[in-house]
Structure formats: C-alpha cells, structure tokens
Write a protein that binds this ligand. Structure first.
Ligand code: PEP
Ligand code: MG
Length: 596
C-alpha cells in the first residue's frame, strides 16, 4: 500500500459539481461490478471466514483439475504440459500467505467487504507486476487476475449475509463507525460504463475520476444523478493515482489533485464548506412555485435512471418525471433482457412513487455509449452512434419491443404515463411504434389485463427530426428535445470522446437555431415541448431557453433547485428580445454577454 508523495494535479472535464476529498480506490474495468461496502465491526471475523472458504473452494477445484489431467485423463486427452504448469502457478498464487494476510488487513483495518478487500489487494499487486523488468514475471499479472476472478466467483456463490450499509458513516445496524473508518473514498478508474456507474450508486464513494469520457457521456450523466463531484477525461489519472493516495476531486473546475499539500487541502476544505452552505440555502426553495418575475409558470421535471430515483425526484419538488431512461434496466445482464413481469413491476413502482404526477417512460435506448454489456463496447461497427441504436433497435426486434410496450401499458393503469420514443428520424418510425402499441393493447385485452391511456412523444435529437418537424408533429402529443444527442449529431462530435470535448458546443449557432425552431414550431402546433438533455439542468442556459419560449425543463433531481433559482429571477418578456438577438448572432457566446 505505498502512496506516492508528490502533489500534482490533472486537468479533465468537469461533469458533476462540488469538491470531494478522500482516499483513492483504484478499480480496473473488469472489476467494477464488485460490490463495495463497509461491514460492521462485529462482522469482521465472518467476512474473513468467507474469504478463507472461497479460497479453499478454489484450491480444491484446482487440485481436482490437476488430478484429472495427470491421473484420470478425463479432459479431452493430451492435456498440454503448459496447462499443468499453469494450474501450479494458480495454486501457488491462491495459496500465497502474503496475499491472504493483506486481504485480511483490508477487512480488519478498513472494514471492506470481502470482494472489495480482495480486489483492492489485487490492484496493489498488479501495479507491482507492471513495474517488473522481467517480461515473464510481468505476464503473471494475467494469472493473478484469473485467480482473483475465481475467488470472486466462489464468493458470489456464498454471498455475504451482511446487507450493504445505508451510508458510509453507519454500519448496517445504523451505528456510527469509529472515525478512522469514516475516511471518505474516491473512485479512480480508466473508464466506467454507465451500468458500472449505476452499480456505484449503491456504494460508498464521495467522488470519482476517469481517464476517458465526455461531459454528456452517459457515464457522466449517471454521475450527475448521484450528485457527487466528478471529473472525466482526466487522461492518465488511473496511472498516476495509487491505491490509498489522498485525492481531491474539484467537480467545478474539472481538476483532480493527487496527494495535496496541507495548504491546498485547507483551501479545498473551505470551498467544500461554502458549497454546503449554498446547498442549504437552495434547499429552502423546494416548495416555492417555479414562476418567473412576469408570472410565467415553468414546469420542472426530473430525469431518472431507476424506479428508486423517483423518490429523489419527489424530494427535490419535481412536478413529474420528464425522462425515465429505461435502458438501465436492460444493461449489464449478459444479454438476458428483463421480461414483461419484471418491466411491469419496475415501471409500476416508478409510476406509483410519483403519486399521480406524470411519468414519462422512454422506450429502451441502448447502443452507442450505452451498450447492453461491457463486452459490447468492443463492437466492431465503425459508427455505433449512427448504427442500430434506440428506436431502430426496438423496431428491429418487434417481440422485444412489444414486451416493453405491454409493460408500459400495464403500468399506465396505475397512474399518468407518457411514452417517449428516442432518436426519431422520421414520422414512419412513430407510425410503426403506434401500430405496435395498438397490437400490445390488443394482446393485453385478450389476456384480460388492465391498461391505461398514454400520450406519445418523440425525442428531438437528430437534426433531420427538426428539419422535418412538420411531418413528425401530427404523429405525437408532445416532443422532448434531447440536446445531448442533438449537439452530437449536429456538430459531428462524439459526446463520449474527450479528445473532441472542446468542440462540443451547446452555443453553436446551428444548435441554437435547431432548438429555437423546435420550440417555436411545436408550440405553434399546440404540442407541449420540453428539453430533457443536460442543457436543461445547466444554469448557464436557463435564461436563454426561457427567452426562446421553453416552459418545461427536465433534469436530474440534484439540479432542480439551482434551475428554479434562475427561473425565480427571470423576466421572460425581456429575455425573449435578448434571446432573439442571441439566436441571430454569428457569435452567440458574445451576444449572451448583454443579458438583461
Ligand atoms: C439526450 O440525448 O439529450 C437525452 C436526453 O438522451 P440521452 O442522454 O439518454 O441520449
Ligand atoms: Mg439521446
């Protein structure tokens, strides 16, 4: 557990506000699915025993395999000598007392759960392997990883009886843990998939940084929903930071500081307290109606990724959910998609949690930077963002799509549900969706199952949809502008690629004109229009969107009060004149400066 001593900072892209100070937990991509939680002091012995049993199980398995190869020859005959030697290496590693001692140390000293303790120690040893001169020894790292995977698998067969604690400061019984165990933890990784991030929602981290990623990548979006400071695109972060180093994540400036000096630490500690005061001030706005100075009522809704997020939406005072990204139910399941019952239960849970407020369920939007599984990331299609994503994926598999539509219709019997179709490029896709929705309804009728009415909306996130909006509007009850993809597809900038992040520009004249046109045209046609992309939750753009005529915003619950504060200070009559100037300007950024 060596810690590097030099203080250094790495610049990346700020994706989620605030300051986090804590010790680094470095995770490799393959091990991100491991649960991270603290155990109660009286469970330490039992947790160590879990590791001992899992280790023994792996030893038995390896010995049995070796025996079969050498004596019974039950494997497909002629088992190569290398396999025997390899099993020897694996046996040696799994029985290594040094490894066992160190894992025990993580459990005893830090109260890490068994899986976390094991992978923490693996990270430490893996780095030592990386630094070895001898190529043969360097390659033994792969063996170590395989052995750790085996033990993890054995552990998963004997999962911990200990429930994950509700908070890092409490054990599972709600008792406060001693101070040394309260050290906040910051996650450092090369890359994290959106599904990995979702897993971390239930974990103990107070901030995170990754080497890669863009501001509106889905990984960043989930981080924002967790409301913890985060930096992506911090290039070499995962190599510079070592397990247990002290780090600071400055989510406002997009900076990661490694091993800060006492002065730097004090400065950031001060900033952290200021942010806390600001948060408490904003909390007072929760029950204040979102009405502008000139009396325009603005609808503030929430974006959610799981049914459980609906509680945070209500707690923040959201007037409904404007975007439920259902694809998170489909991800990280090795291709086994949720069936109708599971989906019905999830959507119904979310609908009921909103207690009569609208729930906008978006049909599954997998593809591009939201693969079903991590392995799909190695997708060899040249342009996955332009490939079979979102509604294209759904229409290509009618049975899968009908399952989702039936589940949404069943949930709509329990509350107010809107159905939102992602990545619409043409009216034809909406017609096909409507036809399938009617088929799903007829199937439920035949089964005698209850279902309700749903309004249908289209995500406007492909420039073609704006240009041909007159063809799309008759097919829908409402539209929702997905600025994240609209910017990506208009400017040909991959939203998840940090190397072109500086070109990803919400204020590009082309982007603003497409947004302005959608708001004007949809409003004139009497269709409700919302913005649910990240621009809706960014206070830099609130006045401009209001001036462009937007009256409905959907964002992560954590951003809602900050945006409400902007709304309460706004006068839409004055903003309208100014927004027209910005829309016509060749340099909108400059025109923004003379905001009334
Ligand atoms: C968008 O593209 O703006 C959007 C809201 O959808 P997602 O970020 O899930 O692609
Ligand atoms: Mg989108």
């Amino acid at each position: 557990m060596t810690a590097s001593t030099a203080c250094l900072s790495v610049h990346g892209i700020a994706v989620s506000r605030g300051i986090a100070i804590g010790r680094a937990v470095c995770v490799t991509a393959t091990r991100t699915r491991v649960a991270h939680y603290k155990i109660a002091p009286d469970q330490v012995a039992a947790e160590i025993e879990r590791v001992v049993r899992a280790r023994q199980q792996v030893v038995d398995e390896l010995v049995r395999l070796q025996h079969e190869i050498l004596h019974e020859n039950t494997l497909e005959t002629h088992a190569p000598q290398e396999l025997v030697a390899l099993l020897d290496v694996h046996l040696m590693l799994v029985q290594d007392e040094g490894l066992a001692e160190a894992v025990r140390g993580w459990i005893e000293d830090r109260h890490y759960n068994a899986e976390w303790a094991l992978t923490s120690q693996m990270e430490v040893i893996a780095r030592q392997f990386d630094e070895m001169e001898d190529a043969y020894l360097r390659e033994r790292k792969a063996d170590l990883e395989q052995v750790v995977d085996k033990v993890l698998r054995a552990l998963s067969g004997a999962s911990s009886p200990i429930a994950a604690p509700q908070s890092k400061r409490q054990n599972w019984q709600g008792e406060l843990l001693p101070d040394d165990l309260n050290v906040p933890l910051v996650l450092i990784a090369h890359d994290l998939s959106p599904a990995d991030m979702l897993q971390f929602k239930r974990d103990v981290f107070v901030g995170f940084a990754t080497d890669v990623g863009g501001k509106t990548s889905h990984t960043a979006i989930v981080a924002r929903s967790m409301d913890i400071p985060a930096v992506v695109g911090a290039r070499a972060a995962s190599q510079l930071v070592q397990q247990d180093d002290w780090v600071i994540i400055d989510g406002d400036a997009g900076v990661l500081v490694v091993n800060p000096s006492p002065i730097v630490l004090a400065e950031y500690g001060f900033k952290q307290r200021q942010a806390e005061v600001e948060r408490e001030r904003l909390a007072r706005l929760k029950n204040t109606p979102a009405v502008t100075l000139d009396g325009e009522a603005i609808e503030l809704m929430a974006n959610i990724e799981t049914p459980e997020d609906a509680a945070a939406a209500r707690a923040a005072g959201a007037k409904g959910v404007g975007l439920f990204r259902t694809e998170f139910l489909f991800m990280g399941r090795s291709g086994v998609l949720p069936d109708e019952e599971e989906q019905t239960a999830a959507y119904t849970k979310a609908v009921l949690a909103m207690q009569g407020l609208p729930m906008t369920i978006r049909t599954v939007d997998v593809g591009a930077d939201k693969p079903l599984d991590r392995t799909a990331k190695t997708d060899t299609h040249l342009n996955p963002a332009m490939g079979q994503r979102a509604i294209r994926w759904s229409l290509a598999d009618p049975a899968m799509f009908l399952t989702q539509l039936r589940a949404v219709l069943r949930a709509s019997a329990q509350g107010l549900v809107h159905l939102l179709v992602p990545m619409v490029a043409s009216a034809r896709e909406l017609k096909q969706t409507r036809n399938l929705l009617e088929r799903a309804r007829a199937q439920l009728d035949r089964r005698g199952q209850a279902h309700g009415q749903v309004l249908i909306g289209a995500m406007i996130e492909i420039p073609a949809a704006v240009i041909a909006l007159d063809a799309i509007l008759p097919e829908v009850d409402f539209v929702s502008i997905g600025t994240n993809d609209l910017i990506q597809y208009t400017l040909a900038i991959d939203r998840a690629d940090e190397t072109v992040a500086s070109l990803y520009d919400p204020l590009h004249p082309a982007v603003l004109r497409l947004i302005g046109q959608t708001i004007t045209q949809a409003t004139a046609a009497g269709k409700q229009v919302c913005v649910c992309g990240e621009m809706a939750g960014d206070a830099h753009f609130t006045a401009l969107l209001l001036g462009m005529g937007l009256r409905s915003f959907s964002m992560h619950p954590s951003q809602l009060l900050r945006i409400k504060q902007e709304i309460l200070r706004a006068d839409t009559r004055r903003l309208k004149v100014w927004a027209q100037r910005v829309l016509q300007a060749l340099e909108p950024k400059l025109a923004m400066l003379d905001k009334p």
